[in-house]
Ligand binder design. Structure first.
Ligand code: DX5
Ligand code: ZN
Length: 225
């Protein structure tokens, strides 16, 4: 299966980083029932980004409740040497890996390694990186991820200037590559992010730091209708 088959025009992707880990499986079930299909899984290594988040062993536990219902895992690797982890992530049930432009020397070669593992693949870039530099080397990717925060933590504010960068990236990218945005997305800015050209929209705290998860997820989806 490929990204083109996962995406229903646009996807709101719950970012599991913001979940309550004591109730992770239950929260995933609730969101699957509410209609979520693509789950964003943030791996942070304590080097490329400050925090250590979670990794393949967690994925392995939750994959059996997501895949049978048609859900997939979009793994955002905020790590140095991302290729080292591709095999384990694929084995654990990851469907797609997105590595950072800033973390590798050779983007096309890294994309090729992900494909060898049967993974879909994305290239993420930080706010200080020029979209032009990324687009030049990401031609073989399925998606490009424009960060709207400095990567590391959930719950940060959507950065000034992010909308312009999103629109600029969309303009530069071929139509075949999906544009993803991650960081600080909420009910007040989700529509502008979509209008600027994003088709994969990640939301962590705007879904999980709310009382009613299904309602928070559906409100974001409805804002794009
Ligand atoms: C942090 C992660 C994000 C994070 C988003 O760098 O990449 O996916 O969970 O969380 P919010 O939506 O709260 O900014
Ligand atoms: Zn992320």
């Amino acid at each position: 299966m490929a990204w083109s088959e996962w995406i229903r025009t646009v996807e709101i992707e719950p970012s599991l980083y913001a979940a309550d880990f004591a109730r992770l499986g239950d929260q995933i079930d609730v969101l699957l029932r509410a209609g979520a299909r693509v789950f964003h899984f943030d791996v942070g290594d304590g080097h490329f980004v400050e925090p250590i988040t979670f990794g393949p062993i967690v994925l392995e536990s939750i994959a059996p409740r997501v895949h049978p219902l048609g859900g997939v895992f979009d793994c955002h690797l905020m790590v140095d040497n991302p290729t080292r982890h591709f095999h384990q992530i694929a084995q654990a049930g990851g469907d797609s890996v997105t590595f950072h432009y800033e973390a590798v020397d050779d983007v096309p070669a890294t994309i090729a390694v992900a494909r060898e593992h049967g993974l879909q693949v994305g290239v993420a870039f930080n706010p200080e990186t020029e979209p032009e530099d990324v687009v030049k080397v990401a031609g073989d990717a399925d998606l490009v991820l424009c960060m709207s925060i400095k990567p590391g933590y959930s719950g940060q504010k959507f950065m000034d200037g992010a909308l312009d960068r999103i629109a600029r990236t969309r303009e530069l990218l071929p139509d075949t590559i999906q544009l993803q945005v991650d960081g600080g997305i909420d009910i007040d800015n989700v529509r502008s992010v979509y209008d600027a050209g994003a088709t994969l929209i990640v939301a962590g705290s705007a879904i999980f730091h709310r009382e009613d998860l299904p309602r928070s997820y559906r409100r974001l989806v409805q804002a794009l209708a």
